[in-house]
Ligand binder design. Structure first.
Ligand code: DX5
Ligand code: ZN
Length: 216
């Protein structure tokens, strides 16, 4: 089963992003997770296209873009042009998820769909065989450094069963409160991709932490 660490840039040193990109390049992290927040779908505002374009110049790994914005369909082309390798949008923010999935695919970019912890996993059923990735939020989207919601394990197991029953090929990603203490249980429950912000960037040795989370 695929195991990937996607460190979330939200917890990086914004005064020295080039150094953090170089750390990611030399690490076992396969992707770099990019949290885009608009102050509307979520209360917080993070960063947008110019920062992503600068990251793209220094980072050799695919940018795993997590859109926490209303009307994501308006910006798909620009995120693709800014260098996204994967674009994940929130189910809660669109009227017609299938249309948005097709728009992202048309840009030649991988597509992901995500839900907050208060949205039933069952809403994802029509989409699991049409996307490359399903992201289950394990905290409410908006901020780094929150506590992992323990009820997430049963949601992950439900999603894993749904994907396997439909013989779908998407990977499961989780995001929020992931660290060295829950990494193994998450992989064992059927997760493929761990997003980790504070656990990686606040670690004394981030490259070692990435290695340890992969091999716990
Ligand atoms: C939260 C973001 C996360 C965040 C995770 O809304 O989607 O990607 O950076 O941060 P940690 O790993 O610190 O919980
Ligand atoms: Zn995220």
């Amino acid at each position: 089963m695929t195991r990937i660490i996607s460190p979330s840039l939200l917890s990086a040193d914004f005064g020295n992003l080039k150094a953090d990109c170089e750390m990611i390049n030399s690490s076992e992290a396969e992707w770099l997770h990019i949290d885009v927040m608009d102050g509307s779908f979520v209360p917080n505002i993070s960063f947008g296209f110019p920062v992503m374009e600068a990251l793209k110049m220094h980072c050799t790994k695919p940018l795993d873009v997590h859109l926490m914005i209303v009307h994501p369909e308006k910006y798909i082309k620009r995120f693709a042009e800014a260098g996204a390798g994967i674009i994940t949008f929130h189910y809660e923010t669109v009227d017609n998820p299938l249309e948005v999935i097709e728009m992202i695919k048309a840009e030649g970019v991988k597509v992901g769909i995500t839900i907050n912890p208060d949205v039933p996993v069952s809403v994802l059923e029509p989409f699991v065989d049409k996307v490359d990735l399903v992201l289950l939020m394990t905290v409410f989207a908006g901020y780094g450094g929150q506590k992992f919601i323990e009820e997430s394990y049963s949601r992950i197991a439900e999603l894993r069963k749904m994907i396997d029953q439909k013989n779908a090929h998407c990977v499961i990603e989780v995001d929020g409160g992931v660290n060295i203490n829950n990494a193994r249980k998450l992989f064992d429950t059927g997760v493929n991709v761990l997003v980790a912000g504070s656990a990686v960037f606040k670690a004394e040795n981030p490259t070692k932490m990435i290695h340890d989370m992969l091999n716990t």
